[in-house]
Design a protein around this ligand. Structure first.
Ligand SMILES: Cc1cc2nc3c(=O)[nH]c(=O)nc-3n(C[C@H](O)[C@H](O)[C@H](O)COP(=O)(O)OP(=O)(O)OC[C@H]3O[C@@H](n4cnc5c(N)ncnc54)[C@H](O)[C@@H]3O)c2cc1C
Length: 409
């Protein structure tokens, strides 16, 4: 089989796995190689901060497929880290010196956790959560820890707090939780829920140092307060894993820069998932998203392009998180929102926040309202996008509006 028939995928996480599976689903008959630097078969990350952390899901529930799947589909799994891309020769080189030729190369290298740029950040007992190994380490540390401090009130930090099985202190530098990803209404709701669950939530407090001896003992906040801590979980966001692309001379700007078909500046190289910065239809700007939906849909888009049916990437972004006993689901993106409406029963903890830009619905955040989330995704899939006045006429009831819209359509 010639190199013209070879697709190499670098990174065997959510998007890399989906790319190779979708290539076979589409009947791609050439050589398919999935190269990953994490041990074992590809696995999914969401349970790491939820059921797997809580001990209610085992390792098998993490696996995206068993080994049989890869053998049946004739997908080669290569264990190792790609060290360099030789674009003129259309080859990659692994750290162990192995070289592999490609016809198409898919970069699915994901992201890595940001570190805390303060003294003491490397003390034993300061941990982070991205991989299965990280989750195993955290589970083991939780059983001995008396004082647990979570630095960062984003999705991962809050999910960790919710599934740690004990009260923790959450320290967030911004003045609200989920600042980057949710409206203030949702932030306030989850701050209440986490406090009711027994956690201490400190807002508007940076961390200036971590103190300890043979291990971490205290977290010093920006106002000088010192919190006792023998386990510190740093969850302050991620940076895209772009080194390979940058060193190969491909444009990088908060992610590997790709076009509407997820191609880099080199037409034989694509980038997908957490590592890719793509022209996002919904945001109207270059965007990088960190979600399973984005990883899966971008992988499918690239498989379609490689098998000769390219379509520009236009999937609706959606996201979910389980925390503090509640399910939050988000459809659409909040960028540029200039008006919000709360619909449903906020006091009973079952409601949605509808966000508008120029009087057009752009995002729906649903708390314990899965029917609203489904309705929102169906509404976003159709044209025209729902207008404020029309939704007002349906009293902001999304299911009702969907019925009216489908009668009209
Ligand atoms: C704890 C946790 C919980 C999450 N929960 C949710 C959730 O509830 N809902 C949701 O939508 N999203 C969630 N996410 C986000 C989601 O998992 C990611 O957006 C998704 O995994 C991105 O897929 P990816 O393929 O781009 O990257 P990844 O899945 O991170 O895979 C990238 C892989 O590439 C490997 N790699 C990198 N460089 C190289 C190299 N040079 N050579 C070989 N291999 C390399 C990495 O080691 C990694 O295995 C969560 C993430 C985490 C960490």
């Amino acid at each position: 089989m010639g190199a013209e028939n070879t697709v190499l995928v670098v990174g065997s996480g959510q998007s890399g796995f989906q790319a190779v599976a979708s290539l076979r689903d589409r009947g791609f008959a050439g050589r398919v190689v999935l190269i990953g630097d994490e041990p074992g078969v590809p696995y999914q990350r969401p349970p790491l901060s939820k059921a797997y952390l809580a001990g209610t899901a085992g390792i098998e529930q993490l696996h995206l497929r068993g080994e049989d799947f890869f053998a049946e589909k004739d997908i080669e799994l290569v264990a190792g880290r790609v060290a360099a891309i030789d674009r003129p020769a259309s080859r990659v080189r692994l750290e162990d010196g192995t070289e592999l030729a490609y016809d198409h190369l898919v970069l699915a290298t994901g992201s890595r956790n940001r570190t805390l740029p303060v003294p003491g950040a490397d003390l034993p007992g300061v941990l982070t959560l991205r991989t299965r190994d990280d989750a195993d380490r955290l589970r083991a540390s939780l059983s001995d820890a008396e004082h647990v401090v979570v630095v960062g009130g984003g999705f991962i930090g809050l999910e960790f707090a919710s599934h740690a099985g004990r009260p923790v202190t959450i320290v967030e530098a911004q003045d609200r939780l989920l600042n980057r990803v949710a409206t203030p209404e949702i932030s306030a709701c989850f701050a209440d829920l986490h406090r009711e669950a027994g956690h201490t939530v400190l807002l508007g407090q940076g961390v200036s140092a971590l103190h300890g001896d043979s291990r971490v003992r205290e977290v010093e906040l920006s106002d000088g307060t010192r919190l006792p801590a023998d386990l510190v979980v740093v969850a302050v966001g991620v940076v895209p894993e772009t080194t390979l692309a940058a060193e190969a001379g491909l444009p990088v700007d908060n992610g590997v820069v790709v076009d509407a078909h997820l191609r880099t500046a080199d037409e034989r190289i694509f980038a997908i998932g957490d590592c890719a910065s793509f022209p996002c239809v919904q945001a109207g700007a270059a965007t990088r998203l960190e979600s399973v939906q984005n990883a899966v849909d971008q992988a499918r888009c690239v498989a379609a392009a490689i098998t000769g049916t390219p379509e520009p990437y236009a999937s609706l972004p959606w996201f979910w998180t389980d925390q503090a006993g509640a399910k939050l689901q988000i459809a659409g993106l909040l960028s540029g929102a200039d008006k919000t409406v709360v619909a449903g029963d906020r006091a009973a903890g079952k409601f949605s926040v509808l966000s508008f830009r120029d009087d057009v619905l752009i995002a729906v955040e649903s708390v314990n309202k899965p029917a609203d989330h489904i309705a929102a995704r169906r509404l976003f899939a159709a044209e025209p996008k729902p207008a404020y006045a029309d939704l007002e006429a349906s009293e902001f009831n999304l299911k009702e509006h969907l019925k009216v819209a489908s009668t009209r359509g």
